[in-house]
Design a protein around this ligand. Sequence first.
Ligand code: SF4
Length: 295
Amino acid sequence: MSVVIQYEGKLFRPPSEANSLILQATIGCSYNRCTFCAMYRDKRFRVRPLEELQGEIDWARAHLGRVDKVFLADGDALVAKHSFLAELLDRLKAAFPDLRRVSCYASPQSLQVRTVDEMRDLKERGLTLYYLGIESGHDGVLERLDKGVDAEEMIAVGRKAHEAGVKLSTMVLLGAGGRADSRVHAAESARVVNAIQPRFVSTLVMTPVEDTPLWEEDQRGEVDHLDPVELACELREFIAGLELDASVFRSNHASNYLALAGTLPKDKERLVSGLDEVLSHPERARFLPEWMRGL
Ligand code: SF4
């Protein structure tokens, strides 16, 4: 069998997909405008032909042994046509008998395009988890990030996925409000997350990356870099505002200074009091050193 999986350009996947087969169902991001995101700036969005993907599926079946998780890259595979995704999912199910989860990134724009019925049908075919970057629940911050939706639209798309029975893993960008909007960014982000009730919530720390509008803003001195204590304060406000029925919280992405984990609502008090302790005695806090941080 001559086909191997040759990924086009840089490949990105959530940390929790480290053991998944990654298939580039689409290339790039159809939106590609978020000011902080450098992931697909060099790629033009396109959907890959099913026959090309079939070659990679056949290769993976022959060479990888048991495949139980598949992640559909790149940035927002969910924006591809329902018929394409349905066919791809059927082929994955036929190829990998142990398959128990297919996931993908879902931009708010792709969630606006997909109907609840389409998402429900795709879920039945195996696409059971979306990763959604909420980034902020504050309209001003979302606008500065050029996320393309406001807070109410973000809630609406999150609820659509919820209604379809798809699990959501959501991300919030700490520091995205700068110093001036730190508190309101935390409080409004908690409000939006509460309205969506995702299964997973995580935080990343906003970090300017080269070749992005955010990088340019940073070069002009327009970006606040919150220090670890300021970020801990923002994280405390965010967690204190969360009212979740059953969610897993993580701040273990390498951009964070504090790696926290818990199940909400059970661990909320522990997480908040731990952050209060950090804020009372920052000199004792175990912040991740800069050299260990990354994106
Ligand atoms: S929607 Fe996601 S992948 Fe696309 S530009 Fe924004 S953050 Fe990047």
